[in-house]
Design a protein around this ligand. Structure first.
Ligand code: SAH
Length: 211
């Protein structure tokens, strides 16, 4: 049982500031979101450390610094309708849901999606729609999106996601296999501009779905 998470969350935020996160809205939301509720109880004591942690099915809840970095990059642009690929624990989803109008989140493993859905409901976050599906295909019936965040590494930028990005929209995603980099991709009409941010380590964006 975690009963003093505010103090731990405050220290985590101080660490994120020291690592270069400067968007106050992002920092405030990370401070107030109970990350310990997004993982198995046995790991909850580590919830406010800056590390990725296992959430079952061979997947992980992303490192807080990575969640903060990707969210901050996204919010540099006007994003109200956001697609997330890789719901996982639902932690990044919860952070986004408190910062933008509407979040659409796709997860390939139904069991993880089910738990994430329950957690968001517990936190009264109702502006999220979830889909069990293959993120390589995005969510075409809900497109276009102002912003897309991919929380698993694709071997190459998924074509469907480029197509579902609004004109002027922005996508934040890790690309690569052994060697991965975080990219910001922006759409201008039929042109795409990409900027490399730095080296990262994510679980792979796998094709197909699982129960
Ligand atoms: N944002 C999540 C990250 C979870 S790890 C969190 O912080 O908890 C990445 C997630 O992407 C995993 O849950 C994995 O199952 C999912 N994933 C991998 N390939 C996928 C695909 N093709 N479509 C949808 N989700 C996928």
């Amino acid at each position: 049982m975690i009963n003093n998470y505010w103090g731990m969350a405050k220290r985590l935020v101080q660490l994120l500031v020291a690592q270069g996160i400067s968007n106050q809205r992002v920092l405030d939301i990370i401070e107030s979101t109970p990350r310990h509720q997004f993982m198995p109880e046995s790991l909850a004591h580590q919830a406010y450390e800056n590390t990725a942690l296992p959430i079952g099915k061979g997947q992980t809840i992303s490192q807080p610094l990575m969640v903060a970095t990707m969210t901050q990059l996204l919010l540099q642009h006007d994003c109200q309708k956001v697609l997330e690929i890789g719901t996982g624990s639902g932690y990044q989803t919860a952070v986004l849901a408190q910062l933008v109008e509407r979040v659409f989140s796709v997860e390939r493993i139904a069991a993880l999606q089910y738990q994430a859905k329950r957690r968001l409901k517990q936190l009264d976050l109702h502006n999220v729609a979830m889909r069990h599906g293959d993120g390589w295909e995005g969510w075409s019936s809900k497109a276009p999106f102002d912003g897309i965040i991919v929380t698993a590494a694709a071997a190459r930028v998924p074509e469907a996601l480029l197509q579902q990005l609004a004109d002027g929209g922005v996508m934040i995603l890790p690309v690569g296999e052994q060697q991965q980099s975080l990219y910001v991709v922006r759409r201008f009409g039929d042109n795409f501009e990409q900027q490399r941010i730095g080296d990262v380590k994510f679980v792979p964006l796998v094709k197909g779905t699982l129960l």
